[in-house]
Structure formats: C-alpha cells, structure tokens
Design a protein around this ligand. Sequence first.
Ligand code: ZN
Length: 282
Amino acid sequence: MTEQTPFVVGATYGRRKDIHAKFGGQQQGGISTPVGEPFVFLFTGEGGHAFGYRDEFRDDGTFWYTGEGQVGDMKMIAGNLAIRDHAAAGKSLEMFERMDGRGTVRYMGRATYLGHHLEERPDRNRAPRQAIVFELALEKPEAGVTAGGSQLPPISPSDRAWWNLSLEELRRRAKQRIGRAASAAERRVVTYQRSQAIKVYVLKRAAGCCEGCRANAPFLTKKGQPFLEPHHIWRRSDGGPDVPEAVIGLCPNCHRRIHYGADGDGYNRTLAERMRELEPNA
Ligand SMILES: [Zn+2]
C-alpha cells in the first residue's frame, strides 16, 4: 500500500467528475470499489442518516463507519468485505465527506481497518437489524514514515501518568504517526494514545480557565482536575484528523453556545482567531 493518494486532505471534489470519471467505481452509495485501482472509496455524512447511518469519531480517536446494506442484517460481502480485507488486497481506503446533496465531497484522508462489530440499527423500513460498524484509523496520507507501530512507548491509561507529561511531550505524542507496516493492534494503540495526548494537552494548556470566556472551570472532577470540554474548532475533514492546534478547552457554557447559540458560528470563528494566540508556533 505504497501507492500515493491522488487527493489532497481538505480539498473538495465533484464525486462523479473527479472521482468516478477517472477511477471508475459505483457512483451511488457509501462504498465504491473501482476495478483494477488500488483504492476503495468511502463516503460519509448526510445522505444516509435516515436509515440509521451514524458515522463518527470516537473518544479513543477511531472513526466508526457504518457498512452497506439498506434492508435486513448487513452481511460481510461486496463493499463491506472490501473494507475488511483492504490491506490484504493491497488497496487503500480513501475517505470522503459529503458536502451537499449534489455530489460535492471533501477528502478526509486515508483510513485503515482496525476491526468491526455489530450494532442494532434501523434499516430503510425502520425495522431493527444488525449493522456492521467498522472501526477505522484515519490518517493524513503523508503519514507513515516509520515501519512499525508507535515510535513512542505507550503511556498507561492512568490519569496521573498522562498529567505528569510536559506540554512538549504531550504535543509530540499527539502528533505521532502510524508506520506503514503497523498491525491493526499497533494502529489502535497509537490512535488511542494520540487522542488521549490531545485531550490532556488541551486541558493542561487551558490551566483551569476556559479558553473561550477565560472564566474559571465551573467545578473539579472526581479526580481533582478542572472540568473543561475539548472542542474541535474546525470540522476534522478540513484538516484531517486531530491536531493539538485544532482543539480548544471550553467551559460547558461556551461549548453549548457554539452548538446551540444564535451566534454559534461567529463565536467559533472568534475562537479560531484566538487559537493563533494560543498556538503561535503551529
Ligand atoms: Zn467559557
């Protein structure tokens, strides 16, 4: 899987003109498997929500992607099989987010299969069924300069171990790359370690005050840490997966204001400006 990706993270493409006209593959649906190309194209967002599709980034940094099959239990065939076996087949998973109903998509990056599980989700007829949910690691495609898994020894999950790391060390860990030859287990470890590093990094940088309104955190957690919520200033498809300079630590009021406030989008832009002060070297 050393084939270069022809796509740029964050750039938008016309699905039919820029993707299928050049590489082939099914023009409908979430999973497209062009014949004779080293790619599987995945499309996420909008479109499928009505049928119980719900793709999302999880707390451990993995991206959960719902398989295909509109009615009845999903089966490990066709596109679903192409995702599971992409590494063995020498194909990369290229992930796009739908931007509108007219086929504009944005390139999110290259994904790797880590595992999958079944979940009960409604099908097109609103009948409960077993859906296949893929657990993927999403990477910027230039990633993977090393051969193995993590370049850094993993930190134990204990809060104390993480909070004892310096900001610099947390930043290094937040940005660590997954090697090309890493196994699924190694990828899962690095993905988790990275997302944990970002969370603790942001909370330590905030030092107990909301990075939006600068008020003190409203309370201490049971573990004695000031309570603030990490918020992603850009949709992750704009710049690929997590980086520390995309995440700000907010009090619950500021966080809700972005999502529910009449001025939510404007406030988010203000915070994006503030991030330049918080991360001048980014
Ligand atoms: Zn605030």
